[in-house]
Ligand binder design. Structure first.
Ligand code: C2G
Length: 731
């Protein structure tokens, strides 16, 4: 009779992955399966997904835990239910190649454990790509089954993708430890390693996910270090006692403990409140490590391990200090910046905080623009008693007021950030900057979102794979966040997981669109940019593409329209301003189009470009939200809509139906829309008005004043006095 395999899948809140997982199991080419799903009291959509599969496949049996019991408990429960000749474990966020079980079974011999190959994938990796790679290897005949040495198995120590003969599990009386969440697999696997032959069948492929959101939905090995330490020590001590006489196991366990100590647990020793408990846990396990193994370590580690073994906390801390210092100094010498960071941490952060110092930054030092600029200019005018510092990549700019300018990442930069009570920035601060007590961070952010942000994003395609994790950590430093409209306010709560004070008064950066929307100002700006006064102005301001980059922060872009045609049809009446996003590193070539096309990508403040333009063309950039304050026409040149919306980002709005202007996809459509702009205005009037009511409802032209009052605790209103700034202000 054909043998039955009991497949065991413990599930806890993996709605994003579960469907892929279960589909890959029910579609196995080997059909004689008993599929046991243990729902460990999931609170998300997992239960629903399980139900859908159960309704369609009779081989599925579901066990529901009333409360969360953990992965060990769930696996044990399922093993009791298993009736197959083999047991095979799958994690609910992973998936299988459709022949995985068949290939393992093909090889199966008595008294042997068969395990397959594990391929790591992220969520965005297509499985096809992984398979292509597999096929390539198959051609090279790398896929023969191979008997493994113990040490090769010791590397993995995971139970998934392994065919366990049920009678062996029963005769060894094996269960999973229910007290620990991590590392329980080591204890389960160990007896097999000790007693049976192990064979790896490389063609039996299992796809293991690297999750990209360790904050909302951590996988077990993404848990906190102290929890991991607790679990590891528990497992380690029990196995050491159990296998006291087995040299190979002892060697493996000791090596594992020291390696985890050096790579993971030592970092706990940087957090003051974690040192003592971690020390006790580590010393209880370290004392079981053989003297021989300790001897093999370098002098510093040896000192630490011995102090741990002898439970000498004071001595341990002394050696540890040396270790950290050595590590830090070695790092500092690697680059000047790291050296500055050390001075920042060890010296500057201990200087007194200056109550009246404010540090401003906009677009990571690239521009003097956006809300930080508006806030700064207001404060210079009304509260000149503060000490102002601006961060720029290139200093020596002409600014109103008397702000000190410091170069980003210079020693002075670290000094001012460490000692300023206030930070005002429109982006995140680098991860290595720490918040000290008393610091107040006003995060202005830099746009109303159309494209999904951070925790509302499904998959991250940008150059930085740690985007979500870093973002979470960095945004914990914010005390105030500005939302320009009710729509943003709602999104920021979920997308940033922001729980502190939301400032709901409109955007400081948009005040100028109300205050300076006049002939005089517009003419002045145009003249300063040598833009003809007798032509209409079209502003083209697209955003960046997450998947087209040279490196983090440096993105590619080329113009996707026919410049010659545009000039032919529009050149008599219009000029075009090109304005690239600050992430774009490419220099656009507009040779031969002088007088028709103006590249103002390097111009500081886009608000001036809004004011001088008669019409905006954009794609998915947030610029149109701000621009709509002017109630002027907007066209959406969305030549790559499907890819951008459906693959890269996803949107908060229904792009095809809610935009306050038409979507055009070719140069001809664009020209046609521009030539018939009056008709389009009439056609979009209601939609535009509705959009305006929702997006611009908090904007009064006085957002800056209100925000300054709230953040800087200015109880009385500032004196009204004639602005000396306007005349001087830089354009
Ligand atoms: N910007 C600009 N020129 C462009 C595009 C953008 O000066 N061609 C400025 C605008 O101030 C805009 C801001 O940069 O509001 C943010 O640009 P986005 O294109 O919206 O993209 P991003 O930087 O990813 O901002 O929540 C805000 C956005 O969703 C994220």
């Amino acid at each position: 009779m054909e043998q039955c395999v009991s497949v065991i899948i413990p599930v806890y809140n993996t709605e994003e992955f579960l469907e892929d997982c279960l589909r890959s199991i029910v579609k196995q080419t080997y059909k004689n399966l008993q599929i046991i799903v243990v729902n460990d009291a999931s609170t998300d959509q997992s239960t629903k997904i399980i139900d859908q599969f159960t309704a369609q496949d009779q081989r599925i049996e579901v066990i529901e835990n009333n409360k969360r019991m953990g992965v060990g408990f769930s696996r044990n429960l399922a093993m009791q239910r298993a009736t197959g000749e083999y047991i095979y474990f799958v994690d609910s966020d992973d998936l299988l190649h459709e022949q995985a079980i068949e290939k393992l079974l093909q090889e199966a011999q008595p008294e042997t454990i068969y395990t397959g190959r594990i391929v790591k994938i992220t969520k965005k990796d297509s499985i096809e790509a992984s398979l292509e790679e597999q096929e390539k290897q198959e051609e090279q005949e790398l896929f023969r089954a191979k008997t493994l040495h113990h040490y090769e198995f010791f590397k993995d120590m995971i139970v998934v993708n392994t065919l366990f003969p049920t009678h062996l599990i029963q005769s060894l009386n094996l269960t999973f430890d229910e007290k620990v969440d991590s590392y329980s697999e080591i204890a389960f696997m160990m007896p097999f390693y000790m007693q049976y032959k192990m064979v790896r069948v490389k063609s039996a492929c299992y796809f293991r996910r690297d999750r990209n959101d360790p904050i909302t939905n951590p996988s077990l090995n993404q848990r906190n270090r102290d929890e991991l330490l607790q679990d590891f020590v528990d497992v380690y001590i029990r196995l050491k006692n159990h296998y006291a006489n087995d040299e190979e196991v002892n060697k493996y366990l000791d090596k594992q403990l020291i390696q985890l100590y050096r790579s993971k647990f030592i970092l706990l020793m940087k957090e003051e409140d974690k040192i003592e408990p971690a020390f006790h846990l580590l010393s209880s396990s370290m004392k079981l490590v053989s003297k021989e193994r300790v001897k093999k370590q370098n002098v510093v580690i040896r000192g630490e391990l011995r102090a741990l073994q002898n439970k000498q906390l004071k001595k341990y801390l002394r050696v540890l200090k040396l270790h950290h210092f050595g590590r830090d100094t070695k790092k500092s010498l690697k680059s000047l910046n790291k050296f500055y960071r050390q001075i920042y941490r060890d010296v500057f952060m201990k200087l007194p905080l200056k109550e009246n110092k404010i540090v401003f930054a906009s677009f990571l030092g690239k521009q003097y623009a956006d809300s930080p600029k508006a806030i700064y200019e207001y404060m210079v005018e009304h509260y000149p008693e503060y000490e102002f510092v601006w961060i720029f990549n290139e200093t020596g700019r002409k600014l109103p007021g008397n702000a000190k300018q410091v170069k980003r990442l210079s020693l002075a930069y670290y000094y001012h950030l460490a000692t300023a009570k206030y930070w005002v920035s429109n982006m995140r601060q680098p991860l290595h900057l720490k918040k000290r007590e008393g610091n107040i961070f006003l995060e202005t952010w830099h746009g109303t979102p159309l494209k999904r942000l951070v925790f509302d994003m499904d998959e991250v395609y940008s150059a930085n794979p740690k985007y979500k994790k870093n973002f979470y950590q960095q945004s914990r430093l914010w005390d105030y966040l500005i939302a320009a409209n009710p729509y943003s306010s709602k999104i920021f709560r979920s997308a940033f997981k922001f729980e502190k004070k939301m400032l709901e008064y409109g955007y400081p950066r948009n005040d100028t669109l109300y205050k300076n929307n006049n002939e005089e100002y517009i003419t002045k700006v145009k003249k300063s940019l040598d833009i003809p006064l007798d032509k209409k102005v079209i502003l083209y301001a697209p955003t960046w593409r997450d998947d087209e980059f040279y490196e983090a922060g440096k993105y590619k872009f080329d113009l996707k329209f026919d410049l010659q045609k545009l000039r032919e049809k529009l050149g008599n009446d219009y000029i075009i301003i090109l304005r690239m996003h600050y992430f774009i590193a490419d220099n656009l070539n507009i040779d031969g189009y002088e007088g028709f096309i103006y590249n103002l990508s390097k111009y500081d403040d886009i608000a001036d470009l809004y004011l001088i333009s008669d019409m905006l063309i954009t794609d998915y950039s947030s610029v149109f939200f701000d621009y709509s304050n002017l109630r002027r026409p907007i066209l959406f040149y969305a030549y790559d809509l499907e890819n951008y919306r459906d693959k890269l980002r996803g949107f908060y709005l229904d792009y095809e139906n809610q935009m306050p202007g038409p979507i055009v996809k070719t140069t001809d459509e664009m020209i046609d829309a521009i030539q018939n702009i009056d008709q389009i205005n009439a056609q979009y009037k209601d939609k535009y008005n509705n959009f305006y009511d929702q997006i611009c409802c908090w904007e009064t032209g006085n957002a800056t004043e209100k925000i300054v009052h709230e953040v800087f605790k200015k109880s009385s209103k500032p004196k009204e006095h004639q602005s000396h700034l306007k005349d001087e202000s830089l354009i």
